[in-house]
Design a protein around this ligand. Structure first.
Ligand SMILES: [Zn+2]
Length: 499
């Protein structure tokens, strides 16, 4: 916080010239943000409980605001497959601000946060009601809450034409891209918030901490020049970074600032809007990214406060440059020091797993497919889960082939304890039943492949010499069989998976 004094002093005079909402100091700004952060629990949109919602969920929620005079929404246009894309307007001030979310269909975190913001704007609780009406008078906020509803429908990045909208800012071949361009051209926002989710495997620089949030004031040319407009985006990021650091110290990265001539963020910056990219990354154990959702809620509202009061102008650019670039060092699981015998020689390997996420209908609404994402010397990498195989003996999981009827009676815990990683079945259990199970199911024996190779998902068994201790890794699930990890599987049979 020491730089604050250093940067603050030269700007006190400038600050005094501006008409501020309440002349907040930096400490006041952070404490304001903290009160917003705590308030989220009371106003969050309870109808969005997980990240696999769709356009119809958002449309239904927006309809519930129809009778409110403070919030306007309209259908901006339609996606390739004819789904509506909405625009929401809050405020009648002379500072236009735009926020757009989910340009990539499988990046939904900020959509949840802007729907939380709407709930907050619509809430008649007296908390911050004066602040809300001030913002309403100063700012005209336009929100596109899900720019790529076709992608969101099947939880994929691209639109229904399989075009990446963020590479379509110049050609504008997709209706979704045309709509965003039209909004930017017609409202000419002072600030634009380009809201995405980034890979879970980014770390906040050269550390073992995921970049839970990443920022960027995108470059508008190859030289990464800084004009006033881009500098203001950087200044506001400095403030937002300070907010996040209060809750997650060291968990903020800076997204690559290489100029991408086809991307929206880079072009909107070029067209004169101070553009801020915010990316939601991973937070350990929080699959539905509620931590990042809450942080977005706080940051976006605090940003409105800063924009309305122009308090971002007191910031220097140096603290922006000090945010470490995203690094890609993370994996879901790393098994270290695995000794593999290949043609009689011992090969020592670290083996890392990552996952693909597929949307399914039933709770838990997702299915994870794990695969080996890297192997070799992974000493510079880290895993959310780390297993050290030093001193343990590796063996490969076996395929269980039994008569269908007797198979159905088998206990999952017993199958695993007997060294099986895969089960041959007549039909596959539904995905929601096997999500999280440390077993894999195959229809054909020829599909069984437990090799430790890139892209495969082998079952690994580690035994400790001289005693009965065993560790079992399969489908990205890690079980310590010597401890209690297996007890919850003892009540489960194969037949239970078909109920
Ligand atoms: Zn994205």
């Amino acid at each position: 916080m020491t730089f604050k004094i250093y940067y603050f002093l030269p700007f006190v005079f400038i600050l005094m010239m501006f008409d501020t909402l309440d002349g907040q100091s930096n400490d006041q700004f952070l404490s304001f943000a903290d009160s917003i952060h705590n308030h989220w629990h009371y106003v969050k949109e309870e109808k969005l409980q997980h990240k696999f919602f769709r356009e119809k969920d958002i449309t239904t929620l927006l309809k519930s605001y129809e009778s409110l005079s403070m919030i306007h929404f309209d259908t901006l246009g339609f996606s390739v497959e004819g789904r509506p894309i909405h625009i929401i307007k809050f405020g009648q001030g002379d500072i236009p601000v735009a926020m757009w979310t989910q340009m990539h269909g499988n990046e939904p975190t900020a959509t949840m946060a802007v729907m939380d913001m709407l709930r907050f704007f619509a809430d008649d609780d007296p908390f911050l009601s004066e602040w809300k009406s001030n913002i309403y008078q100063r700012i005209s906020l336009y929100i596109i809450p899900m720019l790529n509803p076709d992608g969101a429908e099947v939880f994929k990045r691209r639109n229904a034409l399989d075009i990446d909208l963020n590479r379509d800012a110049l050609r504008l071949e997709s209706p979704e891209s045309q709509l965003l361009k039209m909004v930017i051209d017609s409202i000419r926002p002072r600030f634009g918030f380009n809201l995405h989710d980034q890979s879970d495997y980014y770390t906040a620089g050269d550390v073992d901490i995921p970049a839970t949030i990443a920022f960027l004031a995108p470059a508008y040319d190859e030289d990464k020049s800084i004009n006033d407009s881009r500098a203001n985006a950087m200044r506001l990021i400095v403030q937002l970074n300070e907010i996040v650091q209060q809750y997650l110290p060291g968990a903020v990265g800076r997204f690559s600032d290489t100029f991408e001539p086809r991307a929206f963020g880079d072009n909107i910056q070029k067209w004169g809007t101070s553009t801020i990219l915010i990316e939601s990354g991973a937070y350990k154990g929080d699959l539905h990214k509620q931590t990042q959702r809450q942080l977005h809620f706080t940051m976006l509202l605090a940003a409105l406060q800063s924009i309305a009061s122009k308090s971002y102008l007191i910031e220097g650019l140096r603290p922006y440059e000090d945010i470490p670039y995203n690094n890609r060092r993370g994996h879901d699981l790393i098994v270290r020091n695995l000794d593999l015998i290949v043609s009689g020689d011992t090969i020592r390997l670290d083996v890392a797993y990552q996952k693909d996420e597929v949307r399914i209908e039933q709770p838990p609404h997702y299915f994870q497919r794990f695969f080996i994402s890297d192997m070799g010397d992974l000493s510079t990498m880290y895993g959310f889960i780390e297993v050290d195989a030093e001193g343990w003996t590796y063996s490969s999981g076996k395929l269980l082939k039994d008569k269908w009827k007797s198979l159905l009676d088998m206990n999952i815990a017993a199958i695993i304890q007997q060294g099986y990683s895969h089960v041959l079945v007549k039909r596959l259990p539904p995905e929601h039943k096997i999500q999280g199970l440390p077993l894999q199911f195959l229809l054909h024996e020829r599909d069984f492949n437990n090799d430790i190779k890139m892209g495969l998902n082998p079952g690994i068994i580690l035994t400790h010499d001289g005693d009965n201790r065993r560790v079992f890794i399969n489908n990205g699930q890690f079980l310590n069989l010597a401890e209690d990890d297996i007890q919850h599987l003892e009540k489960l049979t194969i037949a239970d998976l078909f109920d």
